[in-house]
Every structure is written in C-alpha cells, then in structure tokens.
Design a protein around this ligand. Structure first.
Ligand code: TA6
Length: 283
C-alpha cells in the first residue's frame, strides 16, 4: 500500500513549496515565498484557484493568482507599496502534517530589520492552511510582539478560478454597503446576484453571510470570519493589458473574492493578537 505524504517539500517554478495532500485526495500547494497558496484542488476536482500562466516567480515579486497575503496594508491605503510586504517576503514553514481527514501547514513571518525599515510594527504573522475534502481554510494570525501599538489593514486576496467570468454570479451581497474603488462612490447593493461584465473593484462592508459563486455547472461557498470587508475585483479588458503578468484574456478565467479588513484598521496593543479566516467550500 502506498502512503500519501501529507506535506511534501517540492519545487514550484523554482521556489521552495509544500504540497499538502489529505487522505481523501484534496490538495493544496503553498510557497515559502509570501506564504502564497498557488493551488487548491478539492477531492477529485480541478484547481479552484486561478494562477496566471504569466505569473513571475522571483524573490521580491508578488505572484499573480492564488492567494496573496496583503499585510500590513491593503492596496494603496497607506504609504507602503501596494498590498504591503508580506506577499513578497520569505516566510518560515513552522509546521506541516496530516491527520485522518486533513493536511495542514503553518507558515510564519516575523518582523526583521527589512520590515522595520518599511514599517515600525513588531509583528508575528502566521498563516494556517488546511485542506480537507471539499474545503480549504486559510487563517491569518497577527501578534504584536513589541512594546508599541500598531495598526494594519489586511486581506486574503483570493483569485478564484472560473470557466467564464461573464457567466458566473456572486450571491449574498444584497443590502451591503459598498465602496466602489473605481467611481469613488458609496452605495447599498440592491441586486441579489452580482454579475461581472466590466472592470470591477469594490469593497463591501460588514459581510456576515457566506457568499455563493455560482457557475452553470458548479458552485463555491466563500465564508469569512473576522474579516468584515469583502473585496470583489476583476481587471477586465483594458486594465488586464496593463498587467504584464496576466494574459490579455486572463481576466475571463478569474474573479477575486477577498476576505479583508480595510475600512476599520485593526489596532493591536503590546502582546495583543488578532485573527481572520476565509473558508472556501465546493458545493
Ligand atoms: O484587491 C483589489 C486590488 O486592490 C485592485 O485595486 C487591484 O489593483 C488589485 O488589487 C491587484 O493589485 P496588485 O498590486 O496585485 O496588482
């Protein structure tokens, strides 16, 4: 009988990575670089994360696709480069193992001279990844390990793979306040089903319910805990052309649905901690 290695160290496009495999066949791959989850295949199914075929795998560069970790700044909401340094940093793999029905890994990024040169927070950031059956769980934990308070914004910038973005619908946002990052307008969502047929870059506030991404033949539930904002992003035609690491038609195969904390930054005093989780589940 062959035994499955629940946490195998592999090379992924020249970068050290861990392939997690649960006994039920579900699997995920996470890079040390950025603690970036680049693949998630639920039991018996295709990859449900989009990874750009033109993604660049290089130290100091963010990977286009998968699940970038935005920390300590979401987008350009502050003085740091877009989405902060965590997604471009090298994390340490601190634990990787499997159980009867799961495989999991834990990666850590701790403040260093390099991060302190950009941002004063003395943080310890961890990402726990767990795969099991039809489900992927991602949890970010932040500890303030210093003597001064700090505040941050963050996101699990999940790129979901879709067959054709124009033919899918995101449900569960009705009634939520929304800031449109393109028009700079704020409004309340009235539609029951959100369809993408142009560039979209929105932050929905106070998301409580699970969202449902429906395609003709399949559906995916997206649930956030302690991540009160949901970002929905698709670059569409023109913006895609400006993104060198995304093919011109790449926008058709992806929709970002991100668990985030943006509107009210998290403030942590010394030794205080915070966590936020996003769960994806195939239905
Ligand atoms: O989360 C949405 C967003 O902030 C967009 O505004 C968009 O530019 C995207 O992230 C990608 O950012 P990046 O820095 O990875 O090109």
């Amino acid at each position: 009988m062959t035994t499955i290695n629940p946490a195998e160290r592999i090379d992924f496009n020249g970068m050290p990575a861990t392939r997690l495999r649960a006994p039920d066949g579900s699997e995920a791959i996470v890079l040390d670089h950025g603690a970036h989850v680049v693949s998630w295949k639920p039991r018996g199914g295709p990859d449900r994360l989009y990874l750009s075929p033109d993604a660049v795998f290089e130290q100091g560069t963010a990977v286009r696709g998968g699940v970038p970790i935005c920390f300590p700044q979401f987008a350009n909401n502050g003085p740091l480069p877009s989405h902060g340094f965590a997604r471009k940093s090298n994390w340490e793999l601190v634990d990787a193992r499997g159980g009867e029905d799961y495989a999991m890994a834990n990666l850590r990024l701790r403040y260093s001279d390099a991060t302190l040169a950009e941002w004063p927070g003395q943080f310890v950031l961890e990402l726990a990844i767990s795969v099991s059956g039809d489900r992927l769980d991602l949890e970010m934990d932040v500890l303030n390990d210093g003597e001064e308070s700090f505040s941050f914004t963050a996101a699990l910038h999940t790129y979901l793979a879709v067959k054709e973005v124009e033919e899918c619908a995101l449900e569960g946002l009705r009634g939520q306040d929304c800031s449109d990052s393109l028009t700079k307008k704020r409004f309340r969502e009235t539609g029951t089903s959100f369809m993408v047929d142009q560039e979209v870059d929105r932050i929905y506030h106070g998301t409580k319910n699970a969202l449902l991404l429906r395609e003709h033949h399949r559906a995916l539930a997206i649930h956030s805990e302690n991540l009160p904002d949901t970002v929905v992003w698709n670059p569409w035609v023109e913006r895609s052309k400006q993104l060198k690491d995304l093919p011109d038609n790449g926008f058709r195969r992806m929709l970002c649905v991100e668990g985030a904390v943006v509107e009210s930054p998290v403030v942590l005093g010394p030794q205080q901690s915070w966590w936020g989780r996003q769960t994806l589940m195939v239905l």
